[in-house]
Design a protein around this ligand. Structure first.
Ligand code: CP
Length: 317
């Protein structure tokens, strides 16, 4: 197996074999973060630019850590410290970065399709999508899948239930694409204004009642109810959303007692999920974050090292 793409722009377009290959390669990188010296020379001499023009904690930090653990030179640019605050466009920003000859640009941007635009602007530089608008967040779906595989031992014949704002979630879109590619059942449950029937076009089952959606779920993923979108009035207010959709330990233990709980973060405790559930034994939230480093190391390695086969034993520093 191999990864046969120049970039990672989305889960869309990946085959089942490619998804499993990315996950198997990621699993090889898990162990490096457990070492006392968490560094291998795989990307020595390579330059990674993390261009995060939208806020991020987990993704930005883990891409930086991943690049440094691979011995690459890592440059981080955030929106607030870049010349985009002076009105410079994304295109001009990227053309200037390109002139400094990076090997890979990791982009987070508010515009859906911004990574596709970059691919055309900098054809000789690898592009990794770290979240583009409402479109995709492929490394998040991969780290979610790696976490599920480690916990449940399989990624087949699963029922994955997404609770919350799937409509405006790139995490939801990438997870839906990944699990439908693998042949799993995917459910979305939220108020009707958010859980549109158009999700059914993607092969997703749509529910408006949490108690009907949860039975049979192997994985329940809590999606963020974005405060920044509340002016859109998709729900009257977040307190009312919580009355019907808040994930609690008692609801999970009653309707899907063996389910594991995931959340991409950030989470709004008391709106989407209770602290008891988020911090409890069925929660995989922090394991997801740990796996984020391994997945991003794998993606950087496969795109930049020019090799498909990673062997940790050859890579001790
Ligand atoms: N899950 C996720 O993308 O988190 P950040 O926005 O903090 O990167």
């Amino acid at each position: 197996m191999s990864y046969n793409h120049q970039h990672l722009l989305g889960i869309s377009g990946l085959t089942t074999d490619e998804i499993f290959f990315l996950l198997e390669t990621s699993q090889k990188f898990v162990e490096i973060s457990e070492r006392s010296v968490k560094k291998v020379p795989a990307l020595r001499g390579k330059t990674i630019v993390n261009l995060f023009l939208e806020p991020s904690t987990r993704t930005r930090t883990s891409f930086e850590i991943a690049g440094k653990r691979l011995s690459a030179d890592v440059i981080n640019i955030s929106g607030s410290s870049s010349s985009t605050t002076k009105g410079e466009t994304l295109i001009d920003t990227v053309l200037n970065i390109k002139s400094m000859r990076p090997d890979v640009i990791v982009l987070r941007h508010a515009y859906s399709g911004s990574c596709e635009l970059l691919k055309k602007l900098v054809p000789n530089t690898r592009i990794i999508n770290a979240g583009d608008g409402l479109h995709e967040h492929p490394t998040q779906a991969l780290l979610d899948a790696l976490t599920i595989k480690q916990e449940l031992g399989t990624l087949k014949d699963l029922t994955v239930t997404l609770v919350g704002d799937a409509l405006r979630s790139r995490v939801a879109r990438s997870n839906i694409l990944l699990h439908k590619t693998l042949g799993n059942k995917v459910r979305v449950v939220a108020p009707p204004t958010i859980a549109h029937s158009h999700f059914e076009d993607l092969g997703v089952e749509v529910f408006y009642d949490l108690k009907k959606a949860l039975p049979g779920s192997d994985v329940v993923m809590s999606l963020r109810m974005k405060h920044e979108y509340q002016k859109d009035y998709y729900v009257p207010n977040l307190d009312e959303y919580a009355v019907n959709f808040l994930l609690t330990e008692s609801i999970i233990s009653k309707y899907c007692p063996s389910a594991k709980i995931l959340a991409p973060g950030p989470i709004n405790r008391g709106t989407e999920i209770t602290s008891e559930l988020a911090d409890g034994p069925r929660s995989l939230i922090f394991k997801q974050v740990t796996n984020g480093v391994a997945v991003r190391m794998a993606v950087l390695f496969l795109l930049v090292a020019g090799k498909n086969d990673y062997s940790p034993s050859e890579e001790e520093v």
